[in-house]
Design a binder for this molecule. Structure first.
Ligand code: NAD
Ligand code: TYD
Length: 358
């Protein structure tokens, strides 16, 4: 028996994947192989805190590359796959949906097939212990009115190319369990925020623009609602489901922290007034801009199943998590400068040329 478990974490150089890897590697019983194509959203700087660990390795690979995936399974002999690799930004999916179909749908299919080929030849014990954990989003459920919340039984109704591609991947994962018996679990989580978040998403974009004295672009009337969860709490939820979730089940993960976008931006401005005062109040920078096409109005998650079955509880409130996040961006100028200047691409370009720079 091996005394460490080997996990393949796809998308591990991204926002949530890197949080998973930094957090989980504190457990000496885990060895983690990060599988990442290093698109614009992948950043090796986010893995710097663990890059020297003998239990960590990085494989710069595309999950759509079937031969590379099969070879990787052969080489690493993993005990589980935690699948986060995806194109993740709704605005980009509106202007260029092709990459979303490719990575999120085709890539998930390729990964499932590589996993199945490997899993089939394991011993019965190992087959039973194996997990394919698919990390997905609450956006697959569409949009809510003023009342109610999404749960595991909500019908799928994705509205954006991003959410449609994630819904497609969820269905593939489900089918690979029902048809082939692959032991899968799926989590559908609400909006995450926290350190190392690429500044195309609402919270890091607003923090960095506010620090720079640039306009804070609020889409439409600013009254769209999202349910925010601190990324470290999401990483703990994924671990709970990976280790103790029932095979074939899905678990909704959320922060019970519904906020309008305007409330989020106001809170960020107020925190920056306190932690990084400028010549005027940061709220003066708020600028209303044209709404996103098909902009979902409200998301909210009922995570009672995860709480009742697995005892998961979030440790960070929206207030404490947002304060930590703002402070992190103020304290981590090097990471921020690398991302805003584009220097974070240098590692991939000098090691692999421009092949992964999409
Ligand atoms: P991210 O965009 O920050 O990171 C995605 C990572 O995947 C990057 O490192 C990128 O290089 C990698 N990647 C992209 N295409 C790839 C490919 N073809 N092969 C290998 N690697 C590839 O995304 P994130 O915010 O960390 O989200 C991670 C996962 O969690 C996604 O599946 C997303 O749908 C899901 N999710 C995100 C949120 C959120 O609020 N960010 C909420 C719920 C679920
Ligand atoms: P985002 O961070 O892109 O996540 P998602 O679209 O997956 O929920 O956006 C969160 C909310 O913030 C969403 O309602 C769109 C809005 N938004 C803005 O108002 N301005 C912005 O500049 C961005 C990026 C998002």
């Amino acid at each position: 028996m091996k005394d460490t478990r080997t996990l393949l974490v796809t998308g591990g150089a991204g926002f949530i994947g890197s949080a998973v890897i930094r957090q989980w590697l504190a457990d000496p019983a885990l060895r983690i192989v990060c599988v990442d194509k290093l698109t614009y959203a992948g950043n090796v700087e986010s893995l710097k805190p663990v890059s020297d660990s003998p239990r960590f390795s990085l494989e710069v690979l595309d999950i759509c590359d079937a031969a590379a995936m099969r070879a990787l399974f052969e080489k690493e002999q993993p005990d589980a796959v935690v699948h986060l690799a995806a194109e993740s930004h709704v605005d980009r999916s509106i202007t260029g949906p092709g990459e979303f179909i490719q990575t999120n749908v085709v890539g998930t299919y390729v990964l499932l097939e590589a996993t199945r080929a490997y899993w089939r030849q394991l011993t019965a014990d190992k087959q039973q212990a194996f997990r394919f954990h698919h990390v997905s989003t609450d956006e697959v459920y569409g949009t809510l009115g003023d009342e109610g919340a999404f749960s595991e039984t909500t019908a799928y109704a994705p509205n954006s190319p991003y959410s449609a591609s994630k819904a497609g991947s969820d269905h593939l994962v489900r089918a690979w369990h029902h048809t082939y018996g692959l032991p899968v679990v799926t989590t559908n989580c609400s909006n995450n925020y926290g350190p190392y978040h690429f500044p195309e998403k609402l919270i890091p974009l607003m923090i960095l623009n506010a620090i720079a004295g640039k306009p804070l672009p609020v889409y439409g009337d600013g009254l769209n609602v999202r349910d925010w969860l601190f990324v470290e709490d999401h990483a703990r939820a994924i671990r709970a489901v990976l280790e103790r979730g029932r095979v074939g089940e899905t678990y909704c993960v959320g922060g019970r922290a519904e906020k309008t976008n305007l409330e989020v931006v106001h809170t960020l401005c107020d925190l920056l007034d306190e932690l990084h005062p400028s010549s005027g109040l940061h709220r003066r920078l708020i600028t209303y801009v044209k709404d996103r096409p098909g902009h979902d109005r409200r998301y909210a998650i009922d995570c009672a199943k995860l709480e009742a079955e697995l005892g998961w509880r979030q440790q960070e409130s929206f207030e404490t998590g947002l304060r930590k996040t703002v402070q992190w961006y103020l304290d981590n100028g090097d990471w921020v400068r690398g991302v805003t200047s584009g220097d974070y691409r240098r590692w991939i370009e000098s090691n692999y040329g421009s092949r992964s720079a999409s």
